[in-house]
Every structure is written in C-alpha cells, then in structure tokens.
Design a protein around this ligand. Structure first.
Ligand code: 5GP
Ligand code: ZN
Length: 111
C-alpha cells in the first residue's frame, strides 16, 4: 500500500529492526514507547483496521496471536503483557495499517 509507513517497514523501504518475523507478520519496537517494553505486532497484509477483516484474515490474525506464547518467552515478557488495538482516530489510531500494541514491563498501570 503506497504511503503506508508500516508497509514501507515491511517492504524494507524504511529500515527497522525486526524482533520477530514469519510469513504473516513482523514484530518491531514502537518508535515512541509508552511502556518499558512496547512492541508492535504488524500483519504483513495491509488492513486499515481491525474491522476490515474477513473470516480468512481474522483466522490469520488469530494464528499470529497464538504465537505470542512462544514469542513472549523468547523476548522475555512471558510473565505478563497487555495487548491493545486502536480502531479509529477517536481511539488514538494514527497508523491506518492494522497493528497490535504489546506492552510489558514493571510499571504497567491498571485501567
Ligand atoms: P496507533 O496510534 O495507530 O495505535 O499506533 C501507531 C504506533 O506506531 C504509535 O505508537 C507510534 O509510536 C508507532 N510508530 C509510528 N511510526 C513508526 C515508525 O516509523 N517506526 C516504529 N517503530 N513505530 C512507529
Ligand atoms: Zn500498510
């Protein structure tokens, strides 16, 4: 997708360290972390937000989530983490390529 910053990262046009990668997604560090650990799980296919999925793509996203057990162990945050998906500007979405925030660390406040 042209002019999509996450498509550019996925395509390697904008360099970004990949903490994890498989055929469906990448995981990178958020450029402006809001927690001790703040990662972004980004599906390689461009969907503008969580409401744009059909059954097949929802299932692919589910496969990505299922990998979190192993990934969280490898990356050292398996003792606790929070997932956030923003949908729409009103909720704080600023990049319109579906992504899941992964927050972890000692100072996660409750909400
Ligand atoms: P949203 O607000 O759309 O839910 O989340 C977008 C996130 O992407 C923000 O937390 C922002 O800091 C992060 N972000 C925006 N541009 C870049 C970038 O070029 N590289 C990385 N690693 N993160 C980015
Ligand atoms: Zn995109």
């Amino acid at each position: 997708m042209e002019n999509c910053i996450f498509c550019k990262i996925i395509g390697g046009v904008i360099p970004s360290e990949r903490l994890y990668e498989d055929d469906k997604m990448i995981i990178i560090k958020d450029i402006a972390p809001k927690a001790e650990t703040h990662l972004l799980m980004i599906p390689k296919k461009h969907y503008s937000d969580i409401t744009g999925l059909d059954v097949t793509t929802a299932s692919e996203l589910g496969e990505c989530l299922l990998k979190l057990q192993e990934i969280s162990r490898k990356l050292g945050f398996s003792d606790g983490f929070r997932l956030i998906i923003n949908k729409g500007e009103k909720a704080g979405q600023t990049v319109f390529h579906l992504h899941i925030h992964i927050l972890a660390g000692d100072n996660l406040t409750g909400f």
